[in-house]
Design a protein around this ligand. Structure first.
Ligand SMILES: CC(C)(COP(=O)(O)OP(=O)(O)OC[C@H]1O[C@@H](n2cnc3c(N)ncnc32)[C@H](O)[C@@H]1OP(=O)(O)O)[C@@H](O)C(=O)NCCC(=O)NCCS
Length: 410
């Protein structure tokens, strides 16, 4: 067994008795109460999922090193990172039919549709699905899930960059560079010079994991809980990410900014003008994309990391100046409006500016970049889901009539 897989196996054997004990001896202990507001309000904040992969405390190692950290909880040594980089490199080759699937899409298809379909199409490669059909013991299911996960993650940069080439460039396939790590190889595939390699690493890392209750993570977990393989689960996750209230918000931020820019010509708006744009958006019944969060109640640390990068590398970028001004203008307005529980920016408010600055100006593509990063975190979760034998997810629904009785209205 390879180093990472060996270590993961040790961790799984240590962790399994903890879950068994919790279920057997403490299964009736109450963790949370459920209110009518939570039932109608999309289960917001309800503690009903378990993940030991993260608790919203982002860190910043190399992409492959981050995968090691997410899987084992240990910071890898340089050698251990190199091993995982090698592991990923060996699995990069994308089957030819995936290029044909991408080629077959009708024009004007959204890149997220193509990305999700390309991933789903690779279901036929799944070791997990084959082993399941052959009758695998459930204690061993994490192993083919691990193999499938690495196989899929290693291919995502090449698939995504081909979608980019097809939609926005000359449609020519780039060969992956076997000497490069994931971030640098992605920069090479996108034909972007340094520091885009660092931008890619930063991007994939900060988008990788965000607890398990957000829509993309939850969608991946839900589908995986049926013992669907990684290709089905990650494709479902990508579909969840493609909604404008979730991952697509980074595209929406750029669309909003470009709209302001069109109205302003090349002028940077004054604070008063920017405030008016924000109020106009709110008064039209729209959200301010890139602001607010279902759980966080302060500036998203992933926003701050990207902001620091922008301040260092592109402080005079005109679009960054817009975003910087929005940081001053939007929170007081959202507070004054009094609806959003969190008036502060989330990571999507900064992402597009970085991409735009380095020449990736096709903002429809931004959520695909998010999807590469998020797949790393979801895959780590799914491997552990199988290792800890988490069951099929099946919450109970009740009717409005029942709620009214519980509330004492009827
Ligand atoms: C992220 C988001 C979906 C969280 O939703 P939520 O948990 O329901 O947020 P809240 O509880 O704060 O919402 C309460 C109200 O404030 C509004 N609100 C929240 N964020 C807002 C924003 N950025 N702009 C305007 N209104 C906002 C909601 O639409 C809701 O209005 P309603 O009562 O008329 O339905 C929401 O903040 C949003 O739509 N943000 C913009 C899109 C975005 O950036 N998404 C990426 C998230 S990482």
């Amino acid at each position: 067994m390879a180093g990472l897989k060996d270590k993961l196996n040790d961790k799984i054997q240590q962790h399994r008795p903890r879950i068994q004990k919790l279920v057997k001896d403490y299964g009736d202990v109450v963790v949370d109460k459920v209110t009518i507001g939570q039932i109608i309000g999309g289960m917001r904040g309800l503690k009903s999922l378990v993940t030991d992969i993260s608790y919203l405390d982002p860190k910043m190692p190399f992409v492959e090193g981050l995968f090691y950290l997410l899987l084992t909880g240990d910071i890898p040594t340089e050698n251990e990172v190199s091993d995982v980089v090698d592991e990923f490199r060996r699995r990069r080759i994308v089957p030819r039919y995936i290029y044909e699937v991408i080629d077959a899409f009708p024009c004007c298809s959204h890149p997220m549709t193509i990305f999700s379909s390309a991933i789903l199409t690779m279901h036929r490669e799944s070791f997990f699905a084959k082993k399941y059909t052959a009758g695998i013991n459930k204690m061993d299911m994490w192993e083919p899930m691990y193999e499938d996960s690495l196989n899929l993650l290693a291919k995502l940069p090449e698939i995504a960059s081909y979608i980019y080439a097809k939609l926005y460039r000359d449609g020519k396939r780039m060969q992956s560079n076997p000497n490069l790590d994931m971030g640098a190889d992605f920069a090479h595939l996108m034909m972007k010079p340094a520091p885009y390699d660092d931008v890619a690493r930063l991007h994939f890392i900060i988008h990788s994991d965000h607890e398990s209750g957000n829509v993309s993570a939850h969608a991946g977990h839900l589908v995986g809980s049926t013992l669907a393989d990684i290709y089905m689960s990650i494709s479902a996750m990508i579909n969840g990410l493609a909604g404008p209230l979730h991952g697509l918000a980074n595209q929406e931020v750029l669309r909003w900014l470009q709209d302001v820019r069109d109205k302003m010509g090349d002028e940077i708006p004054t604070e008063a003008e920017m405030k008016q744009f924000v109020w106009d958006t709110l008064n039209a019944g729209h959200v301010i994309p890139g602001y607010g969060h279902a759980v966080l109640r302060k500036t998203d640390p992933r926003y701050s990391i990207q902001r620091d990068f922008c301040l260092k590398h592109l402080p005079n970028d005109p679009l960054f100046k817009y975003v910087d001004m929005l940081y001053k203008v939007v929170p007081p307005i959202l507070k004054e409006q009094g609806k959003a529980k969190n008036p502060w920016p989330n990571l999507d408010a900064q992402t597009g500016v970085l991409q735009w600055h380095y020449g990736v100006t096709e903002y429809d593509f931004y959520t695909v970049l998010f999807g590469i990063g998020r797949s790393i975190g979801i895959a780590a979760n799914l491997i552990w889901d199988r290792a800890l034998l988490y069951p099929l997810e099946r919450p109970k629904s009740i009717t409005t009539d029942m709620l009214e009785k519980i509330a004492g209205i009827k």
